[in-house]
Design a protein around this ligand. Structure first.
Ligand code: FES
Ligand code: FES
Length: 232
């Protein structure tokens, strides 16, 4: 645990709105909302973020396969299992996985930073392996299991890595945080990666934090290690 109270810590960034203008959510609810922000899905085109949140399905509904819309010229259907639910999307051959996840599936917790494989903001899991989704074509993933940040929390309970990021104040602006947590989950499951700080830093080095929260991110990852589920 951090040695200071972070639950109500005011945010003093001069470029942000004043508390009077926009009451800030708690940092714990920020992590919760990050996981729930893109639960709504569609087999068709773009859906506005607000609609995605309003249409977030119950867990049982999320298991119902979503059929793809009729194919447009040049498109092909890609079948995925996204956060445990079957999805079918029609995409052109050059559609990037990150864009499909965000814009076709409405899962906007996965972020686009550099769009060149250099920052890690777009990290998600493909068949349990962390990948930079900005570097991968969606058509390469027919039949794959995709896990995004929205799939970490289960039935309203944060994943141990999410809990640890909150407890250790391991984010500031939060833009890199979903990618950081997805990488953290993957490396904590990877027996080839050492448990020492240097090994964790090296394994997480593909995730850049512009805010420089590295010290607390490392503390969170190491803290989460003992609480990781045996199977997830
Ligand atoms: S957005 Fe994919 S690595 Fe930066
Ligand atoms: S918390 Fe701002 S970029 Fe990492």
């Amino acid at each position: 645990m951090a040695d200071h109270d972070i639950s109500e810590k005011p945010h003093a960034c001069p470029s942000c709105p004043s508390p009077e203008a926009a009451p800030a959510p708690s940092r714990r609810s920020f992590l919760m909302s990050m996981g729930a922000s893109g639960l709504a899905v569609t087999g068709g085109g773009l859906i506005p973020r607000g609609q995605a949140q309003a249409a977030a399905p119950a867990a049982a509904e999320a298991q119902v396969p979503v059929a793809a819309a009729p194919l447009a010229p040049g498109e092909q259907t890609v079948n995925l299992v996204v956060n445990g639910a079957k999805r079918s999307v029609n995409v052109p051959p050059n559609a990037v996985l990150l864009d499909v996840v965000r814009e076709k599936l409405g899962l906007t917790g996965t972020k686009k930073g550099c769009d060149h494989g250099q920052c890690g903001a777009c990290t998600l899991h493909v068949n349990g392996t962390a990948v930079n989704s900005c570097l991968s074509l969606a058509v390469m993933h027919d039949g794959d299991e995709i896990t995004t940040i929205e799939g970490l929390a289960q039935e309203g309970t944060l994943h141990p890595v999410q809990e640890a990021f909150w407890a250790h104040d391991a984010y500031q602006c939060g833009y890199c945080t979903s990618g950081q947590m997805m990488s953290a989950v993957a490396i904590l499951k990877d027996a080839r990666i050492g448990r020492d700080d240097a090994s964790v830093r090296e394994a997480m080095s593909g995730n850049i934090c512009r805010c420089g929260a590295y010290k607390n991110i490392l503390a969170a990852v190491q803290s989460a290690r003992t609480n990781m589920p045996k199977v997830s």
